[in-house]
Design a protein around this ligand. Structure first.
Ligand code: ADP
Ligand code: MG
Length: 578
């Protein structure tokens, strides 16, 4: 060995560790789910890397996860022979927090005065490896990256610093050893040195892991006289007990729906998404025939912190015949559905398939079409079956979904059908276009909208006056993306979408024909001089000044040509330097 180096945790890391040490989660059992999840990822990565790099000197003969409990020492070890980490990996991955959402989370937590609200916030935030410190007062991680000679030992009590030392004879992969907190020793609920307890947790949270999770029988390494429910055939003579695989390893997506509980689906979701909250919706799909695949997709119940960030990851994973191939398979899901998580397992692809090849693959394209339609139809069902759930969906993902109105022509109608918009009909509740159309007044031909930066700006706009006077409903579109899609979407259900701020709204015509008449003619004469003076004076700024009936209380307003860009879009263009 080459001496022990001491490092300090990054500030955010230190804050999170303090939260862990003081056990802010009510359910501490989940630390094991996190460690097993990491091991499973490490095994996936190793298998992938050996597929890609034939020269990698790695042992892949018996890839698995092993759990070891020592009742006397009160330790628990989670061991894998996966990809492992180099010295620098350990410093980077374990010593700092790369996740861009973390800083935001910590800030929100600090600002939140309400205890219940912060508890809620914490419950949603995944902390991965650090969750070990909920149950351990010291954690040791011994790891060697596959193909490398030197191993690394990392030790910390989670209090500000950690140590690192080089190790000569470390086995390939990673072993995380937890020295369990003494204060939990008496509490049966938190007895993580009991094989029985460990089995129970694995069954509950990690049963679907596709790698074997092995553990010795109940009496192995244990001198306790506790008489738990012992279904093992551990030897009486104290010899090496048989290791047993304690998870079923069944790929959840391949099992019939009726066989899988909601809780199992939820735990699987948490494993692949690294989210700590149950999903909003679980979508299962199977296709047989020439191109066989199975898929299990999830709509999360809240938007991840990085939904709008460049480095976001983990959408849909691609498997080929149960073998993990890649994360965030963009060929399977369009950008506007990037919040969808899950697994697609195809029977007929090469294990070596590249991202580039996938984009071109016709069968993948067909699959993607079916998956997209299925996701959209699931949201549609949600709308009719569970309004509250749909409202949550829309609040979290509506803005992203609307991006699809710009590019996905094939599904535009389906997207419009499941979209909601602010409206003058109800200041609180957004409306669907379908309901808008149902409420349309006698004689109203079009769907009217107005875009703007905020609801109050739109509501107080002079453009709205005539519509308000008429009792016509106007959609209030305040998301930046709204500026873009309204120009791309001409109509819904045969009704044109019309901006109230553009062109000669037909309200003018209606007014002129009905109550206009001679009175209107007289007005035109009265104002002719004023109008021509204004037109000349404002020559540089406007095309034309005309008498309008669209205003009821404001004296004047500026109107765009029907095909002009809206003021807000003008701002967007200007900001982009165009
Ligand atoms: P996450 O799994 O969400 O990335 P974690 O805190 O659980 O966050 O883990 C941080 C990182 O440490 C992982 O992304 C991985 O690169 C590395 N890591 C953790 N456990 C292992 C392991 N058993 N083998 C290899 N790398 C690991
Ligand atoms: Mg993890």
């Amino acid at each position: 060995t080459t001496g022990v180096e001491t490092f300090e945790f990054q500030v955010e890391a230190r804050q999170l560790l303090q939260l862990m040490i003081h056990s802010i989660y009510s359910n501490k059992d989940v630390f094991l789910r996190e460690l097993i999840s990491n091991s499973s990822d490490a095994l996936d990565k190793l298998r992938l890397e050996t597929l890609r790099d034939g020269d990698l000197e790695a042992d892949t003969s018996d890839l698995h996860i092993a759990l070891e409990v020592d009742k006397e020492q009160r330790t628990l070890t989670v061991r894998d022979n996966g990809i492992g980490m180099s010295h620098d990996d350990v410093v980077q991955l374990i010593g700092t927090i790369a996740n861009s959402g973390t800083a935001k989370f910590l800030k929100e937590l600090k600002e939140s005065q309400d205890a219940a609200a912060s508890q809620d916030l914490i419950g949603q935030f995944g902390v991965g490896f650090y969750s070990s410190f909920m149950v351990a007062d010291e954690v040791t991680l011994l790891t060697r990256r596959a193909g490398e000679g030197q191993g690394t030992r990392w030790v910390s009590s989670g209090e500000g610093t950690y140590t690192i030392e080089q190790v000569e004879d470390a086995p390939q992969g990673t072993a995380v050893t937890l020295r369990l907190k003494p204060e939990d020793a008496e509490d049966h609920l938190f007895d993580y040195s009991s094989p029985w307890k460990i089995r129970e947790i694995v069954k509950r949270y990690s049963d679907f892991i596709t790698w074997p999770i092995r553990m010795a029988g109940e009496s192995a390494g244990s001198s306790s006289d506790e008489s738990g429910s012992d279904d093992d055939s551990a030897p009486e003579d104290g010899g090496t007990p048989e290791l047993e695989t304690i998870n079923s390893m069944k790929a959840l997506w391949a099992r019939p729906r009726g066989e899988v509980t909601d809780e199992e689906y939820n735990e699987f979701y948490k494993h692949i998404s690294h989210d700590w909250t149950d999903p909003l919706e679980t979508i299962r799909m199977q296709a047989e025939g020439t191109f066989e695949y199975q898929s299990l997709l999830f709509i999360p119940s809240r938007a991840p912190q990085d939904l709008y960030m460049q480095d976001r990851k983990r959408g849909v994973q691609l498997y080929v015949k149960r073998v993990f191939i890649m994360d965030d398979c963009e060929a399977l899901m369009p950008e506007y559905l990037r919040f969808v998580k899950g697994v697609v397992d195809a029977a007929d692809l090469s294990l070596n398939v590249s991202r580039e090849a996938l984009q071109q693959d016709r069968q993948i394209q067909l699959m993607r079409r079916r998956l997209v339609k299925k996701v959209l139809s699931t949201v549609k069902d949600m709308m009719s079956d569970n309004a509250e759930r749909y409202a949550t969906f829309w609040k979290e993902f509506g803005r992203v979904l609307k991006e699809g109105l710009l590019g996905d022509f094939e599904n535009r109608d389906a997207i419009l059908e499941i979209s909601s918009f602010g409206s003058t009909h109800d200041a609180e509740q957004p409306t669907t276009l379908r309901s808008y159309v149902e409420r349309m007044k006698e004689g109203q031909e079009h769907i009217y909208y107005m875009t703007g930066e905020s609801r109050s700006i739109v509501e107080n706009s002079p453009h709205m006056e005539a519509f308000q006077a008429k009792g016509y409903e106007v959609l209030v579109l305040t998301d930046p993306i709204d500026e873009l899609w309204v120009d791309a979407v001409p109509e819904f259900d045969g009704k044109q979408l019309r901006s109230v701020a553009k062109g000669q709204v037909d309200l003018d015509d209606e007014d002129e024909s009905s109550e206009g008449g001679p009175e209107r003619e007289q007005q035109k004469k009265d104002f002719a001089d004023l109008l021509s003076w204004m037109t000349t004076t404002l020559n540089e700024q406007v095309k034309e000044v005309r008498l309008s009936s669209r205003l009821t209380t404001s004296p004047a307003c500026i109107v765009g040509d029907t095909h002009d860009v809206t003021p807000a879009l003008e701002n967007i263009y200007r900001a982009m330097g165009q």
